[in-house]
Design a protein around this ligand. Structure first.
Ligand SMILES: [Zn+2]
Length: 309
């Protein structure tokens, strides 16, 4: 059809109803101007339009864009009604869990999650292999799901080495090349609907109700191991090696969230202890606070009161 493989790949994506926009050649960055540099002309005459607004399935616009230069293909997941699960591989030099068992990459974390929830590994959907050896699993988003991006390292998603792209996100589409390596569709089929159990895990947690039970009234039934867990997890965070600190903090907050969920520790004391430990480890206070909040929210949402061991 065309001797321009990037144009062909962009048109193929658009035929599926996926909305695309240009990336800088060889890069993952949008080739569109930022709001700070908006000239207020053309598409932006009535106000700046970002990549999510300008992403399109219009073949005429796609022809015009990709005839102009060898742009990579950005695929805006939200307006394409997609949720893309990005299974990453550890960056070189990342400390891995010790012992023979634990998962070593995003695919392993997802497999462990499937086992824990008694679900089949979600295969059989449109799949792209990324240059780093990672995998993008494309799923049709449930109508009106309102799902947003999640990031494994921030404790907001499915686990370490797994990001998800939905509203507000984009992926580099098949056929694009970044730093000389191509994104390849390794299973070129339609995206299957996002499995309901993954949807549940990805839905933003409800704001947890602040415990109203005063500390003094439950002092009598506060078990020693809750205090021990608080001390141990705080020590893990304070002593975490650089490169592993944020994940250690996420894990600690998730572990302690179980005790918050059933009232054995107060949210305030867990937050204070972990913030202090994160400071000792040298993590920036604002990042640490955000990580603690999202990991505690996640844990409390996943550990209904009374369900903890
Ligand atoms: Zn603009």
């Amino acid at each position: 059809m065309t001797g321009n493989p990037l144009l062909a790949a962009a048109l193929t994506a658009a035929e599926r109803g996926w909305r695309v926009f240009p990336l800088l050649p060889g890069s993952k960055k949008p080739a569109l101007h930022s709001s700070a540099r908006c000239p207020r002309t053309a598409a932006c005459t009535t106000g700046h339009q970002g990549w999510e607004q300008r992403a399109t399935c219009d073949p005429a616009v796609i022809w015009r864009t990709w005839s102009h230069g060898p742009y990579g293909i950005g695929l805006a997941t939200g307006p394409s009604h997609l949720v893309v699960v990005d299974l990453d591989t550890p960056k070189p030099g990342t400390p891995l869990p010790v012992g023979p068992a634990g998962p070593r990459d995003g695919a392993g974390v997802l497999a462990a999650l499937c086992e824990r929830y008694g679900r089949a590994y979600p295969s059989g959907t449109y799949t792209v292999r990324t240059p780093s050896g990672g995998t993008h699993l494309y799923f049709a988003a449930p109508a009106g799901s309102g799902l947003r991006n999640t990031a494994g390292e921030r404790g907001t998603g499915l686990g370490r080495w797994i990001d998800t792209r939905a509203g507000g996100g984009y992926v580099v589409a098949a056929g694009s090349t970044v730093a000389g390596h191509r994104y390849e569709a390794v299973l070129d089929t339609g995206p299957v609907p996002l499995p309901a159990w993954l949807h549940t895990l990805l839905a933003p947690p409800p704001r947890p109700a602040t415990p109203v039970v005063p500390l003094s009234s439950r002092a009598g039934r506060r078990p020693g191991y809750a205090d021990a867990a608080l001390r141990n997890e705080s020590a893990n965070v304070a002593n975490a090696a650089e490169g592993n600190r944020n994940w250690t903090l996420t894990r600690a907050a998730r572990a302690l969230g179980r005790f918050v969920a059933d009232g054995r520790l107060s949210r305030g004391e867990v937050e204070d202890a972990l913030k202090g430990a994160a400071e000792q480890a040298g993590l920036p206070a604002r990042d640490a606070a955000a990580t603690i909040t999202s990991a505690l929210d996640w844990s409390i949402a996943h550990n209904p009161a009374g369900d903890a061991a």
